[in-house]
Design a protein around this ligand. Structure first.
Ligand SMILES: NC(=O)C1=CN([C@@H]2O[C@H](COP(=O)(O)OP(=O)(O)OC[C@H]3O[C@@H](n4cnc5c(N)ncnc54)[C@H](O)[C@@H]3O)[C@@H](O)[C@H]2O)C=CC1
Ligand SMILES: O=C(O)[C@@H]1CCC=N1
Length: 271
């Protein structure tokens, strides 16, 4: 059975994250998308597939989106939000993916009657393998939560939290998480070259090891810890490597510090 088309969307900001979600929505099937993006190169990949406007004023007068996705940088919100007021007033659900920006801050900029869902996605949405965690602001109905859930589920897995403050940690863990995994691919490749492997082979090996492990993790019912143990022969080679990586001052501590730093930064971006 084919899935129902996603209702009309207005995407404000088609950068790395907005563009990644848009790619997933187009693959899934959407009635109509209008994109507001002042920087022309950002929408080149979508030419002929969506309507692009270089400003909010250029959005066709009759266009009535069911959902407006706010996907500019948090620092660009002040300039971007006032123009979106008319869509909030007309009844569109506002879904913000901006790090840090609170429901109160967004609602204040959009006019008091705006209904805002705060969502934190990640870039694997481009291949419909994302993870998005959401918080529903005041006045968002169950039907609107369902609408946001179905929109975001179309590009990956969705979870909801009842406490807005938790979105800061979500931002640190799953929002930024793909960057930590890509860093792993980078440093694994560099270490491979250091051990004498040819650069091309090192690159292929690192990419496939990370993506293949991700695919195994996705397909398996085993915990990550068990999948790790399954690779680690007693007194073998992996054990030697893990003795380095799992030392108390190494990855466990570094990851705690990294996530705490990112969570704190998300709180700083509040407003
Ligand atoms: N990049 C990521 O992996 C993730 C990003 N986010 C959030 O998504 C938002 C966007 O981040 P990125 O896509 O990385 O940034 P980006 O800089 O790639 O995209 C922002 C886009 O907004 C456009 N823009 C600026 N002012 C505008 C305006 N007034 N109207 C319409 N468009 C405007 C810019 O030209 C740019 O293309 C941020 O708030 C970030 O916190 C959330 C989760 C993950
Ligand atoms: O780095 C950032 O601020 C954004 C939020 C999560 C991923 N990218």
């Amino acid at each position: 059975m084919s899935e129902k088309l996603i209702p009309p969307l207005l995407l404000i900001g088609c950068g790395k994250m907005g563009g990644a979600m848009l790619e997933g929505w187009l693959e899934r099937g959407v009635e109509q998308v209008v994109v507001v993006e002042p920087y022309a190169p950002a929408t080149e990949a979508f030419a002929g597939r969506v309507t692009v406007c270089d400003s909010i004023e250029a959005v066709p007068a009759g266009f009535a989106p069911a959902v407006v996705i706010l996907a500019t940088k948090p620092q660009q919100a002040e300039a971007a939000l006032p123009g979106c007021k008319r869509f909030a007033t007309a009844g569109a659900l506002m879904v913000s993916i901006m790090a840090g920006k609170t429901v109160d801050g967004i609602t204040a900029a959009l006019g008091g009657d705006a209904r805002v869902v705060r969502a934190m996605p990640n870039t694997p949405a481009a291949v419909r393998q994302g993870f998005t965690c959401c918080f529903a602001g005041p006045g968002v109905s169950e039907a609107e939560k369902g609408l946001a859930d179905s929109l975001l589920s179309s590009v990956g897995e969705v979870a909801w939290v009842e406490e807005e403050g938790l979105i800061d940690a979500v931002t640190a863990v799953s929002g930024g998480g793909p960057a930590y995994v890509f860093l792993l691919a980078e440093v694994l490749e560099q270490a491979a070259v250091s051990q004498g492997l040819p650069p091309d082979l090192a690159r292929r090996m690192a990419r496939r090891t990370v993506s293949g492990s991700g695919a195994l993790l996705a397909a398996s019912e085993l915990d990550a810890a068990q999948l790790r143990i399954n690779v680690t022969s007693p007194k073998g080679t992996t054990e030697r490597a893990l003795n380095v990586l799992m030392a108390p001052d190494a990855w466990p501590k570094l990851m705690q510090e990294a996530i705490a730093a990112a969570t704190a930064r998300s709180r700083e971006l509040a407003g």
